[in-house]
Design a protein around this ligand. Structure first.
Ligand SMILES: Nc1ncnc2c1ncn2[C@@H]1O[C@H](COP(=O)(O)OP(=O)(O)O)[C@@H](O)[C@H]1O
Ligand SMILES: C=C(OP(=O)(O)O)C(=O)O
Length: 379
């Protein structure tokens, strides 16, 4: 097999060789990023107004409205825990969290004023959207978590994955203490109630394969598996959209739209059981949010094939934007557990039925290709 060529990095002493052939992000400032994002149309092309469906960037609305709507990206809406409580205790567990985000992409200041006593706070002072792979190499980024103070501080990046995965990390700490397994997995359910759990690292196809027109989506990325079954941690999906087409992935395509749906999250001010995180956007209007994409300044059409900012382009949308979603996001135990791998070098057969020891081996080994959303730490 040909040796993997890497760009200019010596093989480290520990012998691990990373494929860092990805071209680094070209923009270094927000202004540079914005100018990379908007392109192509002749200046005379009329600018479209108003909310539109489909392949159109969020920029079609006013700046004020955009900021308001962006604030409820709801990847943190943590319906999860409400759902989780339904199967576990038949009551409500709310996990209170607030996110202080100086650019108001994920929360707005007026909302924050309502949350003077959250139990868990994420301070996000990131400057630059992009991804978890590139910014470690090009900018100074830190994610600090203090479980005693119940605080997380994210500096140097606006990539929403940091907050999403940051909270997921907190769940990896909290859930085992309750004898619950937190899993980087997607889940869906067939018409006969059979549940499939897709387990895999970033880029292995959890979102893509669980979004299936013939099955009910329970969640695309983060789940808890307890003795009572499966529950989704989020209320939203965070799909990669590089190369997205309506033909290949129609449900994800259609989920990227303007919307006026009711926000599923209400103010949960009372806590039963152990309160930990609190998140509540009180704006009842939301839509999908795109990150790192390139769009036409005048027609506002998104070019999903354009990776000039970064390969890791993202769309986050409320899970209800997928037509066949299971509400609440809970299910019985899975009938089939599928370990996914993005096998860029053809090491594995397309499909293998594993014995229990083989399953344990592949669970631990996590063999997959390094894709752009994965950090050097994970590699
Ligand atoms: N056979 C395939 N199965 C799953 N995804 C595929 C496949 N071929 C290409 N892809 C692409 O790979 C990416 C998988 O990403 P995603 O589903 O977001 O992974 P994950 O949710 O596990 O991080 C998507 O961009 C998808 O379009
Ligand atoms: C959000 C992420 O997870 P995934 O790629 O599995 O969606 C990420 O790794 O940045």
């Amino acid at each position: 097999m040909p040796k993997i060529q890497t760009q200019g990095r010596e093989k480290p002493e520990n012998g691990i060789c990373h494929d860092d052939s990805a071209s680094p992000v070209k923009a270094k400032t927000i202004d540079e990023l914005h100018s990379l994002q908007k392109k192509r149309s002749a200046p005379t092309t009329p600018i479209k107004d108003g909310a539109q469906q489909g392949n159109v960037a969020f920029a079609t609305i006013s700046e004020e409205e955009r900021q308001k709507l962006q604030s409820i990206r709801s990847i943190f809406n943590l319906q999860t825990n409400i759902s989780f409580s339904i199967i576990k205790k038949g009551g409500n567990i709310q996990i209170p969290c607030r996110i202080l985000d100086h650019r108001c992409i994920h929360t707005t200041l007026e909302e924050l004023e309502d949350f003077s006593t959250p139990d868990f706070t994420i301070y996000n002072a990131g400057q630059f959207p992009c991804n978890r792979y590139t910014h470690y190499m090009t900018t100074s980024t830190s994610i600090d978590l203090n479980l005693d103070r119940k605080e997380m501080v994210i500096l140097g990046t606006q990539y929403a994955g940091e907050m999403k995965k940051g909270l997921f990390g907190v769940m990896h700490y909290l859930m085992p203490k309750r004898n619950i397994l937190s899993l980087h997995s997607s889940n869906n359910m067939g018409k006969d109630g059979d549940v499939a759990l897709f387990f895999g690292l970033s880029g292995t196809g959890k979102t893509t394969l669980s979004t299936d027109h013939n099955r009910l989506l329970i969640g695309d990325d983060e789940h808890c598996w307890s003795e009572n079954g499966i529950s989704n941690i989020e209320g939203c999906c965070y799909a990669k959209c590089i190369g997205l087409t309506k033909e290949k992935e129609p449900d994800i395509w259609n989920a990227i739209k303007f919307g006026t749906g009711k926000c599923p999250i209400k103010l949960y001010m009372h806590f039963e059981l152990e309160p930990f995180i609190f998140f509540c956007p009180n704006v009842c209007k939301f839509l999908a949010v795109l990150e790192n994409i390139v769009f036409d300044e005048h027609t506002r059409e998104v070019d999903y094939s354009d990776n000039s900012i970064i390969e890791n382009t993202r769309a986050s949308y409320p899970i209800e934007y997928i037509p066949n979603v299971k509400i609440p996001y809970v299910s019985p135990h899975p009938k089939n557990v599928i370990l996914l791998a993005c096998d860029a070098f053809g090491m594995l057969p397309p499909v293998s039925k594993l014995t229990l020891p083989q399953t344990m081996y592949h669970f631990i080994s996590g063999y997959t290709a390094l894709v752009h959303s994965r950090t050097i730490r994970e590699a």
